[in-house]
Every structure is written in structure tokens, then in C-alpha cells.
Design a protein around this ligand. Sequence first.
Ligand SMILES: NC(=O)c1ccc[n+]([C@@H]2O[C@H](COP(=O)([O-])OP(=O)(O)OC[C@H]3O[C@@H](n4cnc5c(N)ncnc54)[C@H](OP(=O)(O)O)[C@@H]3O)[C@@H](O)[C@H]2O)c1
Length: 282
Amino acid sequence: MSEVGSRKFVLITGCSTGIGKALVGACRGVGWGVVATARRISDLEDLPGGEDLRCLSLDVVSAESIAAAVSACADLRLVALINNAGYGQMGPLEFLRPEELRAQFETNVVGLQAVTNAFLPLIRDNAARGEGRIVHVASMLGRLSIPLAGPYSASKHAVVALAETLRLEIGKEIPVVLVEPGAIASSFRETLAHAWGDLPGRVQGTCYEPLLANFMKARASHADRFAGSPEQAARCILKALTRKHPPRRILIRPEARLAGWAKAVLPAPAWEWLLRKSYGLN
Ligand SMILES: NC(=O)c1ccc[n+]([C@@H]2O[C@H](COP(=O)([O-])OP(=O)(O)OC[C@H]3O[C@@H](n4cnc5c(N)ncnc54)[C@H](OP(=O)(O)O)[C@@H]3O)[C@@H](O)[C@H]2O)c1
């Protein structure tokens, strides 16, 4: 069998920046072949080439793009998929447009499941029992909700539900791993600002105007001071591939563990008070 034919490959979505890009190096570093995908293939040009790398364009909201990527992997022993692509649509729910919510779900939820379904037959064909992996990158905001992050948080709650359901349905055959990161310093916050669109204008003169400004300022400075690196996140996610019995959940960063714990133990009024206070809503 050729090198390409025998090597185990993992396909990763959203490799143009951040966690996805870091995952490419991390997976190759432990001997996996990687199908690195991005919406614009030019974003992958700086990846060092090799027999263990295939670069493909893949937009998770396009059925044609997904089908083309599946065809382009037919000759590989693809046994794993990391659904990493995603972005954050923020904004007070009262001012959210239906098309913004739809777009958020199209990428983070519908696209993730469409990619999973498209690659599952290939993974089934290639992987011995228990060898395959489906990894969904959700967020700590998939277990709790904060003000102004409703659309993103709702989409990540949906990702948690999809992962838990898929695990019940196929987990004995193909382990399904849920990744829940806290703050990671990537392009996420820049993209988030683009996804605001004209929202700052829309909330002008409302109670949300100062909250939004504070939110953006706090997120930028928080990212600089406290966020983990994409490489750190990638090293944690690697456990999903390298462990014979991978964990069901991989929580990344102390705040992801702490916030989940606080929500579970605090009485609801106290938890809500804390969040309202942190966001200036009291
Ligand atoms: N950074 C954090 O603090 C954090 C925390 C928790 C969870 N996460 C999750 O971690 C994952 C990776 O995010 P990141 O932090 O690495 O942010 P990032 O640097 O912004 O990377 C996001 C990636 O998703 C891609 N993407 C967006 N829409 C896509 C589409 N329709 N089709 C294909 N790719 C698409 C982006 O591609 P383009 O360059 O083409 O836009 C980019 O490659 C996301 O699911 C995010 O929700 C991040």
C-alpha cells in the first residue's frame, strides 16, 4: 500500500486561522495525515507541504463544496473528522435580525451536521471498529448563556445536543468527542466584530449602546490578557485522536471548567445576578 493509502487521515474544517490552523500542525506532528480545508484555498498556502497533507477548499454551508471535498478524499484512509469551522454572531436578541440568526445556525449547526453526514460513509469504510473519530468543536457557551451572545450561544448549545445525540446513535462504532473551549486568542474576535454588521448603529440610543461598547472593549482586553493560544487548544483536542478511549468531553481553559461548575452549583438567581452584574445589566 502507498504511504497515502495506509496513513490515517483526519479532515479538519476551518483551517485558515486559529484553532484549525494549529490543529493541522499538531495532528501532523503525531503522525496523522491531514486534509486541511478552508473556504479560500489560498489561506492554506503557508502550510508546509508533504505526503501527509492535502489542502481542499470547503465551505460548510455549500452542499456542492462538501460533495467535492468528499470526492477529493476518496483515495485516502480518512478515519476522522474535526468540525472546527464556526464564527460568533453576537448582539442583544431584541435587535437580532432573523437572517443573522439563520446564518449563524447555517454555519455552526447545519453546516457541521451536513459535513458530518457527508463524510461518515467514508469514515465507516476506512476505520476499524472504534478507530474512527467525529469531533465537534462547541464552546463553553454551549452549556451556559451570557448577555449579548445569544445567537452564538444558542448555536453552540445545538452543537452540544448534536454531539450527544450522535454519540448515542453511532458512538459505539465511531467515538464522538465534544470540545468545549474557553477563550482562545484567534481571529474569532475580529470575525465577531465583522458579524456585528450595522448592529452598533441599530442599538444607538438604546440601553444596549454602552453595554455593547463595554462588551467589545472587555472581550478585546480579556483576549489579550487571559486567552489561551490556538496551539494549546490544538494540543488538548489531539487527545480525541491519540487516545484509544477518547474522553467524551474536552474542556479547554480554566474558565470553561469554572463557569460550568459555578452554573451547576449556584442557585439560579445568584448565577443570573452575577452575570447581569458582570455585564452592567443590574
Ligand atoms: N476563540 C475562542 O475563544 C473560541 C472559544 C470557544 C469555541 N471556539 C470555537 O472554535 C472554533 C474555531 O474558532 P477559532 O477560535 O479558531 O476562530 P477563527 O480563527 O475565527 O477560525 C474560525 C474558522 O472557521 C472558518 N469558517 C467560518 N465559516 C466557515 C464556513 N462557512 N465554511 C468553512 N469554514 C468556515 C473560518 O474561515 P474563514 O477564514 O474563511 O472565515 C476560520 O477558518 C469555532 O467553532 C469557534 O466557535 C472558539
